[in-house]
Design a protein around this ligand. Structure first.
Ligand SMILES: [Zn+2]
Length: 175
């Protein structure tokens, strides 16, 4: 037993950074943040002839991760994780684009997607159009952070999702 204790002290199972992440993660709720009585997912309609299915796959999977959504929903709430002051510079690969906060953009989309708007008479949520303003905002964000504005070729959904997650992380001021 004594040997095992010494072993644990010498070789930490987790790094300091991982322990910090774990500590923060435990404070984030795991519940589904759905405002409406009907908890069904609404889906997103793809608009034909646009190069967007890889991006919609990335966005839609993020809209089904309760921890991610609850983290984003705390952004700017009660002074928590405000927008980073340099956000306009961080997310633009193009000088002429003013930039948007990725966390604010996802927060609007999460509220729209899981909110009370666009319901059928029986309360069933209707799908969002792929060109809805709250989704177009994220298309524009990814166009600019990837530097692929106007690109028509297919892209990789996992790479897109990583870009969007990094943009959310970098758009928040943790100081
Ligand atoms: Zn923001």
């Amino acid at each position: 037993m004594r040997g095992q204790t010494r072993h644990r002290q010498c070789i930490p199972l987790k790094t300091w950074s991982q322990r910090c992440k774990d500590r923060h993660a435990t404070r984030i709720l795991s519940d589904w943040p759905i405002a409406r009585p009907n908890k069904a997912s609404r889906g997103i309609h793809r608009i034909r002839d646009n190069n967007e299915c890889f991006r919609l796959a990335a966005i839609q999977s993020l809209l089904h991760l309760p921890k991610f959504m609850n983290w984003i929903l705390t952004h700017n709430e009660n002074g928590n994780f405000p927008c980073h002051p340099d956000i306009m510079k961080r997310h633009s690969a193009h000088e002429n684009w003013q930039g948007v906060c990725a966390a604010c953009s996802f927060k609007k989309l999460i509220r729209r997607y899981w909110g009370n708007g666009k319901l059928c008479a029986d309360g069933q949520p209707r799908p969002l159009a792929g060109n809805h303003v709250d989704i177009r905002r994220i298309h524009t964000l990814d166009d600019n952070i990837s530097g692929m504005v106007g690109a028509v070729q297919q892209q990789d959904a996992e790479e897109c999702q990583s870009r969007l997650l990094e943009a959310c992380r970098d758009s928040v001021d943790y100081e």
